[in-house]
Write a protein that binds this ligand. Structure first.
Ligand SMILES: [Zn+2]
Length: 363
């Protein structure tokens, strides 16, 4: 099956980088090395689609065929709202627009409908990935299970994940000793301009690190890209954790102990910069209230994800998805209030225990 431009070629290697060629057309591409595997998945989950959804609501889709061009322009504009807000979301949504408007024989109504659907689809997918990250890779829950067990638990709740497939190709790449060497990426505007045979011979002669053949992923959609990055996180056992200041998830890039993320918190200072100076901001290990919070949180978690029955088909789900989502967002808010000093430890636990009471009779 052919890939249609625009698409991306993604090389993985033994480092935690993703080496990505964003191919706009046969003659135009951009090379980006995305560092900290998993960061883009976490950032996708945090991405704010509300402005896009607001703009979509304003679209007049009653008479698509008579103002098709205007609607199309509006949709390009809406996709561009995400530009610079995430390393690859806009590229792939843009790609899907190109495929829909120029590469399909759908009617105009269907084309517009499918792009509107695309936005809602990705808003839903944010929630799936939030759960995927938490169930499989959070340092704070389900610690008694191994990573493969946690993936099975997740797969039990989201069976389509296990059946997903990605396309691969083989090509010449600046790959040596298991590492993609970005300094050897050739840049040219027209493939015919390059004497590839000579280039390869030169590189080969001049270097200790020869060019090799490598496999790469052909990624056409945002969904494929997120899946690839997420599965590579799993493969490498890259964990995530709540930032002790802003409470958002961040990727633990290495084995070093970290409590804060690199996001801007106030002014132009990051959580890490501010957090380093906050002596009162204790880590979970030192804070008995946060420890008790975590125990209660984990208990609710296990009930929702049927952890006790993850290897059977037994329906023991004692709380519904909606109930759990509602409860866990309430719990996160309480933790945030505690960290901000709006609640003390006793108040935090009292409020949390009170909120779990509503679900106790059902088990
Ligand atoms: Zn933070």
């Amino acid at each position: 099956m052919e890939a249609t431009y625009p698409f991306a070629r993604v090389f993985t290697d033994k480092t935690n980088n993703l080496n990505v060629f964003f191919d706009e057309s046969p003659t135009a591409n951009t090379f980006v090395q995305l560092k900290d595997m998993g960061k883009c998945v976490v950032e996708f989950c945090e991405l704010d689609f509300s402005e896009c959804l607001e703009e979509l609501k304003k679209l007049n889709t009653e008479e698509v065929s008579s103002n098709f061009e205007e609607i199309k322009n509006r949709l390009w504009y809406i996709v561009d709202l995400l530009k610079d807000k995430h390393p690859y979301v806009q590229f792939f949504l843009n790609s899907q627009m190109v495929l829909t408007f120029y590469g399909s024989d759908k009617s105009k109504e269907e084309q517009v409908g499918s792009i509107i659907h695309m936005f809602h689809y990705y808003v839903d997918l944010q929630n799936t990935y939030r759960i995927a990250l938490e169930v499989c890779l959070s340092e704070e829950v389900l610690n008694e299970y191994t990573l493969p067990e946690r993936f099975l638990i997740f797969g039990n709740n989201f069976p389509t994940f296990n059946r997903y497939m990605l396309r691969t190709r083989y090509g010449i790449a600046p790959m040596s000793y298991g590492e993609f060497d970005k300094s050897r990426v050739l840049r040219y505007s027209d493939p015919d301009e390059v004497d590839m045979k000579k280039k390869l011979a030169d590189i080969h002669r001049d270097s200790q690190t020869p060019i090799n053949m490598a496999s790469y992923f052909v990624i056409q959609t945002l969904e494929e890209m997120l899946y690839l990055e997420f599965m590579e996180m799993l493969k490498r056992g890259i964990r995530i954790k709540h930032c002790a200041l802003c409470d958002k998830y961040f990727v633990l890039a290495d084995k070093r102990k970290r409590e804060y993320c690199d996001r801007i918190y106030k002014g132009n200072r990051t959580c890490k910069q501010i957090g380093a100076k906050l002596k009162f901001n204790k880590s979970v290990e030192e804070d008995t209230y946060l420890q008790q919070f975590q125990t209660i949180y984990n208990r609710m978690y296990s009930r929702y994800y049927r952890i006790d029955a993850w290897d059977s088909n037994r329906e023991t789900n004692s709380i519904t998805e909606e109930e759990f989502r509602h409860w866990s967002s309430h719990a996160s808010q309480l933790r945030l209030d505690y960290k901000a000093g709006k609640l003390d430890g006793e108040e935090l636990l009292k409020a949390l225990k009170y909120s779990t009471k509503f679900y106790d009779n059902e088990s």
